[in-house]
Write a protein that binds this ligand. Structure first.
Ligand code: MG
Length: 248
């Protein structure tokens, strides 16, 4: 198993990886407009990352055919870019992975396209705040259940569906490493974080219930009740007294 506590040299490279990831998501956000296809956004992400000097971490990962996962409305995560055209009022998840010098970061945002409804706004605010609440728990010695509980509590405050089948994870040498970081759980439980670990924290929530299914393309994860789903994610470095967000 690869080292969970990264070396100084690995951390230097993962910082650059995270900066590239954040730059590409910043670049894509204003381009996520009515009429653009998700395939075109994928092409733009690929070109911008290449210009910055990084490599896509998701392309080919377990056979994923895109550079970036693009998940629209009732798709929560893992959407394959394709001919679908973005429409006014959509919410569009952009989940991206970058490899720089062998060090991988993972991050996601959900973008509102034009004017979205009040319920969609509520979902986006609560899911993003759940990510912030989880990150606020990160420090050396904190237990993973502390993060999980903070995320769940923020989502429950808005009575959102808390998806249980997918979760955050260690990241760095691989897209997915140990430990798992559930989006629900009890404080004071689970393993303790160590300074130098790099973890991806990624609340996923729905406006309906928590149930999901895998679409016919074998990738996109959709809400069973057709309600909107959202995801926000950062890769963070655990430090002695907190977290350094690497993908912002
Ligand atoms: Mg992830």
């Amino acid at each position: 198993m690869m080292n969970q506590v990264k070396t100084a040299a690995e951390i230097a490279n993962i910082r650059i990886s995270g900066q590239m990831l954040a730059a590409v998501l910043r670049y894509l956000t204003p381009l996520t407009v009515p009429g653009v296809t998700t395939k075109e956004l994928d092409r733009l992400a690929a070109a911008e990352l290449e210009r910055l000097g990084g490599q896509p971490a998701f392309l080919g990962y377990q056979g994923f055919p895109g550079v970036i996962c693009i998940s629209v409305n009732d798709e929560v995560v893992h959407g394959i870019p394709g001919p679908r055209r973005i429409a006014e009022g959509d919410i569009v998840g952009l989940d991206f992975g970058v490899n720089y010098q062998g060090m991988i970061t993972d991050g996601a945002i959900t973008v509102p396209v034009g004017e979205v409804g009040a319920e969609a706004k509520r979902l986006l605010v609560a899911t993003q705040e759940a990510l912030t609440a989880g990150i606020a728990q990160v420090r050396q010695g904190a237990r993973i259940g502390d993060l999980s509980h903070a995320i769940e509590a923020r989502l429950r405050r808005d009575r959102l569906g808390v998806i249980e089948e997918m979760c955050g994870h260690g990241v760095g040498h691989q897209v997915h490493e140990d430990p798992l970081i559930l989006n629900y759980g009890r404080g004071g439980t689970g393993m303790r974080l160590k300074a130098g670990m790099t973890i991806a924290i990624e609340p996923m929530a729905t406006l309906g219930d928590r149930h999901i299914y895998v679409a016919d393309d074998h990738w996109a994860i959709k809400t069973s009740d057709g309600s909107l789903g959202a995801q926000f994610e950062h890769t963070v470095l655990v430090t002695p007294d907190g977290a350094e967000i690497l993908t912002q």
